[in-house]
Design a protein around this ligand. Sequence first.
Ligand code: GDP
Ligand code: MG
Length: 593
Amino acid sequence: FPVDRIRNFCIVAHIDHGKSTLADRLLEMTGAIAKTEKNKQVLDKLQVERERGITVKAQTASLFYHHKGQQYLLNLIDTPGHVDFSYEVSRSLSACQGVLLIVDANQGIQAQTVANFYLAFEAQLAIIPVINKIDLKNADPDRVESQIEKVLDIPKEECIRISAKLGMNVEKVLQAVVERIPPPTGSIDEPFKALVFDSNFDHYRGVVANIAVVGGRVNKGDKIVSAHLGKTYEVNELGLLRPDEHPTQKLFAGQVGYMVAGMKDVKEAQIGDTLHLQNQPVEALPGFKPAKAMVFAGMYPVDQSEYPALRSAMERLTLNDSSVTVQKDSSLALGAGWRLGFLGLLHMEVFNQRLEQEYNASVIITAPTVPYKAVLSSARLIKEHGSEEITIVNPAHFPDRSVVAEYLEPMVLGTILAPDAYTGKIMSLCLNRRAVQKNMVYIDDQRVMMKYLFPLNEIVVDFYDLLKSLSSGYASFDYENAGYQAADLIKMDILLNGQPVEELTTIIHRYFMRWLKRLIGRLLLIEYYIQVSLNKAAAIKPYRKNVLAKCYGGDITRKMKLLKKQAEGKKKMRRVGNVDVPKDAFISVLKRK
Ligand code: GDP
Ligand code: MG
């Protein structure tokens, strides 16, 4: 296929603005799938995606499209919209030359619209703004066009107004893809060079890698080398994704497809790796910045006899989701397990749900924590760790104040977009979370965009849910990493029946201790005997109280309902300190509603 008739593009948008629906229409119109009612969000293949109505895993589809008497090959990559999965988005972008940036005609620009725009802009991709859902009664495409011009600096005239649901003007989108997105630059005469931008684990064939061929060509039976590990493989299977696998004999420069090459070990298919032919080395592609885990939690089998099965499930799932970091860990109460790093709390919940649904594994997840740092003052410890600064991903290993010069906590720069009627409530929520306002601008006469510097710890657990509920769902939120800042941190142990439970230990800021004292003073129900200990000196008197039930009360989001419903079937308890603790209690204690 001539390279100049190939287009590689992504669809990016804020969650629910219609990416998957537009992808369905594009697939139907190009004949990749049949037009039936059943074909709703066909690219959302995972059970968790169908249940939650969100896209977690980017998927790829190759489409054939006729335009002005020529046939074009369009490679479409669907991407997830949630903040936790922006890693998937930037990965998808690296295989593309352009994006369709979808904006809901009623909701207008949201936090992730801005974030996705900048990802594409920084990657120097062609950006086609698409205003979707113009069929809605409250659609206001004129207003959305002005927002796009004001906030993203894209001329109004470039916007395409569509209804993905009704298929209205979708043809114009396909035309724009051909006319406005440049073809990939590689040539088939160069040595073979491909980027591994995703991979899946197949129980029968091993690793199935998604590759973008940047230059040259590859044939079935070729011997290829992965630049990262320098290992040689034979290509057993090649093909296009339409979106199901269509085997082919070759893949050429500019094409996007899948490859099976006898990679059996989960660590062999490094995402971001470059593939080349044996004896034809090439300069490796830039690859990806490794995903930075921002939320850490312990994960343990409910029963130790399930450890080997859980280990193999985890290995397979982490291949499919390389943004999870894994370290072996063990605890007195829970036995052998792992300490996992996730991009955010939703990411962690989705990982947990996928383990249960796709691998039938039941796990205990301990209270999540962010990666804190400590600048050590003890010469002995500095020598032992080989550096002055250490990162702490397990609260149980938090060093005592007596050996520490300074504690540091990770910060993020958050963007909030909301109608100005909610500005007051949002500001007090942020203040409550130790956030500092950096900026505030009107994006039109009714909506504001605010920037805050947050301690990450203050937003990982329940900030997003609270923001949504206080703004009746109208506020949107996204964040990026913003380094570390000194903080007055305290290790908080929780004692059940007088026994400290390492897995419930968390790191809190000193101000949170005051809040906690107030909270505990207010509790009414009596069930468990819980004692919270703050650096011993500030121990709080024990209360008898059903803390766990309280944490679930009140405002429960759809997400939590789903998790709860699912948990009911397999309510497993863990005996800790002579008390049976439900396996989801470890997270619930941190929700501050
Ligand atoms: P995604 O999260 O961006 O992938 O969004 P989805 O494609 O899953 O769509 C979110 C919701 O918006 C679904 O309920 C769709 O049926 C609905 N939707 C998508 N496009 C349109 C449209 O053009 N008009 C209307 N009225 N609804 C739409
Ligand atoms: Mg989707």
